[in-house]
Write a protein that binds this ligand. Structure first.
Ligand code: AMP
Ligand code: MG
Length: 487
């Protein structure tokens, strides 16, 4: 266990030089205080959890202090936003403080979001508000606990610093962690600004640090791109299987590591709705729940374009062709497991599609349906769940098909079925209204609810005593919350 001053830095991205990032110091928050910290994320840095309670913790992550070895840098990138190319973006309010390596030899980027203006701030103030910082904190740690790759969050620091959005709010900082903060948009920036040398340096950097095994392949860059395609196909399969809607899948929000990255107006589905749009500025539904699948491919094509200096167009196309079949295989595998199936049959895709259509028409709670399906035998569970459906004949037909399928899968005892299904079907997810309750309390200075919710979501598959209120469908007020896109 380490104290805060014992972290070891090795700032490899900063060493790429000024073409890639700019040195900027964090702008301190007034009266910084700990809102919430993740012990699990602290453990990744070998940090003693007790240090979160010390004043120096809030000072470090509130922008007042820095380690001597930290090299705070704002990264430059660009990206396709809602389908159109924006030639220059960059960290407008986030700084890569440095890369810390832990005792296991892993490197973790420490990225401070809401750290003040940078050369890339454009019209923005460089700040992040408390509510969006809490949302990103809860979501990253909750996704991780669900087994969905994501950036991590070490802590949120609140403050008295006024920040103007639709109304006056308070500034906060989020300390984000990831093995890399390099986005598809980094490659696009050097491609479209025609800087082949820096583009090559970036590609070497990513290959050496994050895809070293691809060096062994005859075409290392192609192998790396294939790996990125595969990781994204797997990631999006998990989003779809668990009902996560990212909301802003611009290419600057896509990680070259295939992790969930940059949280805005995201949402987990309450009722199943394939057409759900969580981002209220997304008038055309470009990033609707079901569109995440083709958009994943679109974004990979944008990255492929930026890699044309290194890889032939034919090879890139072939690699892109892996995306959809891989997505489908991963998705179907996850959905089979959510249904409690251990074997594969040709008609399983159809079984899943029919169920989703019935859920869509009846507004069935996506998370609770699967959880309850595993509570008891297939026959008893479908009888109990039947009441949630409007099209009863349709549901009965599905239920017969499902029971027959479960029977062919094998004769497992109820206990085994429950254990297996509950291990993949969470009881607790980050519903928007739960986040909203925690945020409202935090905005009035009470951080207990954020901490409790974080705690509950860190063990989403385990039924926790006294936490029934976190496993309910949303109340009416919580069903169609408009989450502000200004963050
Ligand atoms: P986002 O929608 O949060 O992914 O941000 C898109 C771009 O705008 C990124 O380059 C951000 O760093 C930048 N940005 C977002 N909010 C602010 C802000 N309040 N001040 C400065 N830059 C911002
Ligand atoms: Mg972003």
């Amino acid at each position: 266990m380490k104290a805060l001053d014992e972290l070891t830095f090795d700032n490899r991205f900063a060493r790429l030089g000024d073409a890639f990032s700019t040195h900027v110091l964090p702008e301190p928050l007034d009266a910084p205080r700990l809102v919430v910290a993740s012990e699990a994320a602290m453990a990744l840095l070998d940090l003693d959890p007790a240090v979160a309670q010390t004043p120096v913790f809030a000072e470090l992550f509130g922008g007042h202090k820095l380690w001597a070895e930290a090299e705070p840098r704002a990264m430059v990138y660009s990206g396709h936003q809602f389908g159109g190319y924006t030639p220059q973006l960059g960290d407008g309010r986030g700084l890569l403080l440095g890369e810390v390596y832990n005792e296991a030899g892993e490197h973790w980027d420490l990225h401070l979001k809401g750290a003040g203006m940078t050369p890339y701030s454009r019209m923005g103030d460089g700040r992040a508000v408390l509510r969006s910082s809490i949302r990103e904190f809860l979501a990253s740690e909750a996704l991780y606990a669900l087994g969905i790759p994501s950036s991590r969050a070490l802590c949120v620091i609140g403050s008295d610093t006024p920040v103007w959005r639709e109304k006056q709010e308070r500034g906060a900082m989020l300390l984000r962690m990831a093995h890399s903060h390099i986005r598809f948009g980094h490659f696009e920036y050097f491609y479209y600004t025609k800087k082949p040398e820096q583009q090559a340096l970036l590609a070497e950097h990513v290959l050496n640090l994050h895809y070293p095994e691809c060096r062994e392949q005859p075409e290392p860059y192609l192998a790396m791109f294939r790996e990125i395609v595969e990781r994204n196909a797997e990631l999006i399969a998990k989003w779809q299987a668990y009902g996560f809607c990212h909301g802003v899948m611009n290419t600057d929000n896509m990680s070259i590591l295939g992790i969930t990255f940059d949280f805005g107006p995201f949402a987990f589905l309450d009722d199943f709705d394939a057409h759900f749009i969580c981002n209220h500025s997304d008038h055309e539904g470009r990033y609707s729940f079901s569109n995440q699948v083709p958009i994943g491919q679109w974004n990979l094509s944008a990255l492929a374009q930026a890699l044309t200096p290194f890889i032939s167009v034919d090879a890139l196309k072939e690699a892109l062709g892996l995306y959809l079949p891989l997505y489908q295989a991963n998705y179907l595998d996850l959905m089979r497991r959510r249904l409690g199936l251990t074997t594969a049959e040709d008609d399983d895709q159809h079984l899943v599609e029919r169920l989703l259509k019935l859920m869509q028409n009846s507004g069935v709670d996506y998370t609770l349906f699967f959880r309850r399906l595993g509570d008891e035998s297939a026959a008893l569970a479908v009888t109990r769940l039947r009441d949630d459906f409007v099209d009863l004949a349709g549901f009965d037909a599905w239920a017969e098909q499902y029971k027959a399928r479960v029977a062919r899968d094998g004769d497992y005892g109820e206990e085994q079925r429950r254990a297996r299904m509950h291990a993949v079907n969470p009881l607790y997810i980050l519903r928007n209204y739960l986040a909203q309750n925690a945020i409202a309390a935090a905005e009035s200075g009470d951080y207990n609810e954020v901490r409790r919710l974080h705690e509950v979501l860190s063990r989403p598959f385990e039924e926790q005593a006294g936490m029934e209120q976190y496993a309910q469908r949303p109340p009416d007020w919580g069903k169609h919350l408009e989450i502000s896109c200004s963050s």
